[in-house]
Design a protein around this ligand. Structure first.
Ligand code: EPU
Length: 424
């Protein structure tokens, strides 16, 4: 198994380009199952999760050809509509084939995703949404089995105790494109990834308005054709590089950034003393002085994203003063707390809130990645820490950050990928 070995204390400087967004790409690739004819998706990141999605689409009868950062997808054999446990347990986002399969083929069988390191991950809202469109939904041998001859448009409320649901909105919106009549999704997720999916679906011939707001309206059509679509830049990757510049007191030009997708993050970075200015096709981020503490609460878009909570915690552990972080989307998403503490961070958790006492001088140690964003936080902490940090189980980071060590190395980090066995 690979690990990352980081010798901290180097200021990052130079230019880095952000990849296409994984979390936009996964539902968009799944939505290709709705089309008659081929689609091409551009600016796909080279990630394990994208590869898993390609394998799933092939299993579901699509011909998928990948070249550099593009992929073409065309359904050739619609006879298998089963996403089995083996696939879904590797990547929870496989759930986003449910709506497209059901709408296009009248049946979908998708293994019920379990919980994961970031906590409970129910799919009740996805299922309620599809039932409202007229599907029957059953659980058979651990699989969700959804059936409908033709879906019917309906008014659907997708709010839950923790806000709306991003992939649930993707599933219901995708399914409704082929329903008979009009669907209105209330309390829809407003995330840029949902808007990107809507743009793709429109390019395929769907009739959607209101995406990016809590009310999305979809007029069903009889069929959709393939389309070409470029994925939006990954706002979470961009935010991670911004924090990397801040935590190392470096200066990075970060290209391919939609700053309008990152307003809450930029606001917090500026509050703690990191300089962020728009520059060319991206942003220039630098930090020359000591950082200040702040408080932040994760929220649905356009609030501060849960997917940057762990990385920001690493930053706040070296900031001057006591910071408070409250996690409102996944209240148990704190696996990184114990690992950051191993590097010398002083963090106290009370339920969904942590207090980060700073500044701490981080000191390298072996640590364990538990999930994608937690592992990014550990890499960031390692970049700032004295001595050597070894982040084990980096397959988690490979799910969401393309060639992370090469890109950090190119801007001055001392970071190597090694086989864990070589270190023994
Ligand atoms: N929820 C329910 N019922 C549902 C669905 C969700 O109660 O049926 C709850 C969840 O438990 C959570 C909240 O609603 O408390 C929001 O979950 P959401 O459904 O929005 O999450 P998701 O769509 O499964 C996507 C991203 C996550 C990101 C969340 C929140 C993808 C592939 N995943 O997950 O990304 O954290 O939205 O923004 O798009 C990551 O990239 O590291 C990651 C975990």
């Amino acid at each position: 198994m690979d690990c990352l070995v980081i010798k901290g204390g180097h200021r990052l400087s130079g230019t880095v380009r952000v990849c296409g967004a994984k979390n936009a790409a996964l539902p968009i690739m799944a939505a290709s199952l709705l089309a008659d004819g081929p689609s091409v998706i551009d600016d796909l990141p080279q990630l394990q999760d994208i590869q898993s999605q390609i394998e799933l689409l092939r299993l579901l009868g699509a011909e998928v050809n990948r070249s550099a950062d593009s992929v073409s997808i065309e359904v050739k054999d619609p006879s298998n509509s089963h996403a089995p446990y083996d696939v879904v347990r590797k990547m929870r986002a496989s759930i986003c084939v449910l709506g497209p399969l059901l709408a296009r083929r009248g049946v979908a069988r998708v293994s019920m995703p379990g919980g994961c390191a970031i906590g409970d991950r129910p799919v009740d809202l996805h299922l309620r949404g599809l039932e409202a469109l007229g599907a029957s939904v059953d659980l058979e041998n651990g699989d969700i089995v959804a059936r409908a001859k033709r879906l019917r448009g309906a008014a659907i409320f997708l709010g839950g105790n923790f806000g709306s649901t991003v992939l649930g909105t993707a599933n219901v919106m995708s399914a409704a494109t082929l329903a008979k009549g009009t669907t209105v999704i209330e309390s829809a997720a407003c995330e840029p990834e949902v808007v990107d999916l809507a743009n793709y679906l429109r390019a395929m011939g769907a009739k959607i308005t209101g995406d990016g707001t809590p009310r999305i309206t979809i007029e069903g059509v009889d069929s959709l054709h393939g389309a070409r679509h470029r994925i939006i830049p990954d706002r979470i990757e961009a935010g991670t590089f911004m924090i990397a510049a801040g935590i190392t007191h470096g200066e990075l030009q970060i290209d391919n950034v939609r700053i309008d997708h990152l307003m809450a993050v930029v606001d917090k970075l500026r509050t703690v003393g990191v300089l962020v200015v728009e520059s060319g096709a991206g942003v220039r981020v630098s930090s020359q002085r000591n950082l200040r503490a702040t408080s932040l609460t994760t929220q649905p878009y356009p609030g501060f994203p849960t997917d940057l909570q762990a990385q920001f915690m690493a930053l706040l552990s070296v900031a001057d003063g006591n910071s408070i972080i409250t996690e409102k989307i996944f209240p148990d998403r704190f696996m990184h707390v114990a690992e950051l503490s191993r590097l010398g961070a002083s963090i106290h958790r009370e339920g969904p809130t942590v207090i980060v006492e700073g500044p701490r001088h981080l000191i390298g140690a072996p640590v364990m990645a538990s999930d994608l964003r937690a592992s990014a936080a550990l890499v960031l902490a390692g970049l700032a820490a004295k001595d050597t940090t070894t982040v084990n189980r980096v397959y988690h980071i490979d799910r969401g950050y393309e060639k992370i060590e090469q890109r950090l190395k190119a801007v001055g980090a001392d970071i190597e990928r090694m086989d864990e066995k070589e270190l023994d």
